[in-house]
Write a protein that binds this ligand. Sequence first.
Ligand SMILES: *[C@@H]1O[C@H](CO)[C@@H](O)[C@H](O)[C@H]1NC(C)=O
Ligand SMILES: *[C@@H]1O[C@H](CO)[C@@H](O)[C@H](O)[C@H]1NC(C)=O
Ligand SMILES: *[C@@H]1O[C@H](CO)[C@@H](O)[C@H](O)[C@H]1NC(C)=O
Ligand SMILES: *[C@@H]1O[C@H](CO)[C@@H](O)[C@H](O)[C@H]1NC(C)=O
Ligand SMILES: *[C@@H]1O[C@H](CO)[C@@H](O)[C@H](O)[C@H]1NC(C)=O
Ligand SMILES: *[C@@H]1O[C@H](CO)[C@@H](O)[C@H](O)[C@H]1NC(C)=O
Ligand SMILES: *[C@@H]1O[C@H](CO)[C@@H](O)[C@H](O)[C@H]1NC(C)=O
Ligand SMILES: *[C@@H]1O[C@H](CO)[C@@H](O)[C@H](O)[C@H]1NC(C)=O
Length: 405
Amino acid sequence: MRLTLLSIAASLLGACSGKTAFAPEPDVNGKYWIYGEGISAAFVPYGASISNLIIMDQHGIERDIVTGFDNASYYGIDKQHPHFGGVPGRYANRIKNSSFEIDGETYHVLANENPTHAHPNGLDTLHGGPDGWDWRNFSVVAYTTSSITFSIVDPDGKEGFPGEVVSFITYSLGKMTWDFKMVAIPTTKKTPIMLSSHTYWNLDGFANNKTQSALNHTFYLPYSGQRVEVDNILIPTGDIQANKRGSVNDFWSAPKQIGHSFTDPEIEGNCGFNCTGYDNCWLVNRGQDGAFDWRKDGFVARLQSAWSGIQVDVYTDQEAFQMYSCNGQNGSMALKTTQGIFDDPAFPRAIPQYGCIVLEVEDWIDGINQPQWQRGSKQIFEPGGDPYVLQASYRFSINSTATPP
Ligand SMILES: *[C@@H]1O[C@H](CO)[C@@H](O)[C@H](O)[C@H]1NC(C)=O
Ligand SMILES: *[C@@H]1O[C@H](CO)[C@@H](O)[C@H](O)[C@H]1NC(C)=O
Ligand SMILES: *[C@@H]1O[C@H](CO)[C@@H](O)[C@H](O)[C@H]1NC(C)=O
Ligand SMILES: *[C@@H]1O[C@H](CO)[C@@H](O)[C@H](O)[C@H]1NC(C)=O
Ligand SMILES: *[C@@H]1O[C@H](CO)[C@@H](O)[C@H](O)[C@H]1NC(C)=O
Ligand SMILES: *[C@@H]1O[C@H](CO)[C@@H](O)[C@H](O)[C@H]1NC(C)=O
Ligand SMILES: *[C@@H]1O[C@H](CO)[C@@H](O)[C@H](O)[C@H]1NC(C)=O
Ligand SMILES: *[C@@H]1O[C@H](CO)[C@@H](O)[C@H](O)[C@H]1NC(C)=O
C-alpha cells in the first residue's frame, strides 16, 4: 500500500515537472547533481541534504559556498553530525523538557541534548531526536536536470512522536536561484510538524585569502525587530524580546557584519551559557505592511560577502528565521576538496570557529509549548486537515558594493 502510494506520488511529480529524468543514478561520490543558469548543486539522500552549491564569484571563479562532505557515505559515518545541509524533522529546533501536549494528552519524545547526571540523555530534544530525519536516508522519488524530490515515511511512535508522517522535499534550481518546497502529511494522528533547511554558508567557499571566518559577512533581517527569548540552554521562555536599534541582535535597522557587535559585552551568553555569538530565532513581522506576496515583496534575509561579491536573498512564506554563527566549530571539521586554500599553513583545511553561518527558515521555535503564541495551526497537523507546507527561494547575485560596517 505504502509503496503504491509513493510510486503514484513519484510518477505524478515526474509528470508535473514535464521533464524526463536524465540520470537516475548519483555520481561516483553518491551525489545527485542538478543544474540551473549560473548555478549547480548536489544532494545526498542522508537527511535530504544539500552537499554542494556552486556559483561564480565576482572574479569569475567558481565557489562551493555550503559545507558538507566529499561523499554520500561519509554523512552517516561522521561522529560530530553537524546537521550539514539537512532537513531537521519531524520537529526542527528544541522541544522543552522533551514533551508537549495535544488535546490534553502529554507526549514524551526522546531527549538528545544537554545531558545531566539526572537526565543522562538530555534535558531537551533537538531537531527531532537522536534519530531525527537528518540522521536517516530519504528516498529519491523524482530527479530531472534541474530538480530532485526526496521522500520519507516517518512511522507512528518514532522518537516518541504520535502518528505516521509522509513527507516530500523538492529542491530545484533556476536562473541563479535555489528553490525548495517541503510538504508533510500526517496520515494517522494529530502531530507537531516543523521543518527547515539547515544549510551552512561560507559565501567565499573558505577561499578568502584574508580570513576564513564568516564574521565579515554582512547580514540583514529587514522585518525582524523582535526575537524569541531563550534560557541558557536555548529553550524559549515564552517571552518575546525587542531587538533595540544598535543592540547586538539588531539586524533590522540596517545591514551589519556578523562580527560587528562582537565587542559589545551583551554578545557574551547571547547564544546560551558561555557562548559568544548567535543561535537565535528572529520573528518575521511583515503583516503591518498589508497583504504581501512572499515570492515578490521583499526578502526576509540577506547574506553577502564583499570578498566574493556573492549575495543571497532569502524569500520565504515562513514567519521566523534562525541564524547560527558556527560558535561550536573548533577547527576539527575538514573542508571539502572543492573548498578552501591549498598548501598554505596560514589557512588550515578545516572549518574555524565562526567560519560559517547557518540560515534556517522556519516557524516560531517550540511554539508547541507556548500556546499563548497561538501558532497551533502552523505547527499541529492532523489527518484530513491542511498539509504542512514550507516554501523558500534563495536568490543569488553578485554585489560588489556590499561593504557596510
Ligand atoms: C569520503 O569523504 C570523507 C570526508 O569528506 C573523506 O574523509 C573520505 O576519505 C571519503 N571517502 C572516499 C572513499 O572518498
Ligand atoms: C545511506 O546512504 C548511504 C549512501 O548514500 C549509504 O552509504 C548508507 O549505507 C545508507 N545508510 C542506510 C542506513 O541505509
Ligand atoms: C518534564 O517531563 C517529565 C517526564 O519526562 C515530567 O515528569 C515533568 O513533570 C516535566 N517537567 C515539566 C516542568 O514540565
Ligand atoms: C586573494 O584573492 C583575490 C581574489 O581572488 C585575488 O585577486 C588576490 O590576488 C589574492 N591574493 C593573494 C595574495 O593570493
Ligand atoms: C572584518 O571584521 C572585523 C571584526 O569583526 C573588523 O575589525 C574588520 O574591519 C572587518 N574587515 C572588513 C574588511 O570589513
Ligand atoms: C567556556 O568556554 C571556553 C572556551 O569556549 C572554555 O575554555 C571554558 O572552559 C568554558 N567555561 C565553562 C565554565 O564552561
Ligand atoms: C572540537 O569539537 C569536537 C566536536 O564537538 C570535539 O569532539 C573535539 O574534542 C573538539 N576539539 C577541541 C580541540 O576542542
Ligand atoms: C548591494 O549591497 C548594498 C549593501 O548592503 C545594498 O545597499 C544594495 O542594495 C545591494 N544591491 C543590490 C542590487 O542588491
